[in-house]
Design a protein. Structure first.
Length: 77
């Protein structure tokens, strides 16, 4: 749906209700499209817990201290 800036200013609540209902409105000024007003896409469900379960394993030494040579490299020595 196309609407002029003037029409939008006069009936802003009417157009916002249409956007809330799912419509996209193109705003026109001097016969040129200048903006698009559309509903925000909100995901309707959360990602399931454990989505990547079994795809990788954390090694037992994951949180062990780093070797001295690697620590020196991080410190720029």
């Amino acid at each position: 749906m196309n609407v002029t800036v003037d029409d939008l200013q006069r009936e802003v609540l009417q157009y916002l209700r249409r956007v809330e209902a799912g419509e996209t409105i193109v705003i026109i000024r001097q016969d040129k499209a200048i903006a698009e007003l559309r509903p925000i896409a909100i995901p309707n469900q959360l990602r399931p817990f454990g989505l990547c379960a079994g795809e990788f394993t954390v090694p037992d030494d994951f949180d062990d201290p780093l070797p001295e040579d690697m620590l020196r490299a991080f410190e720029g020595k």
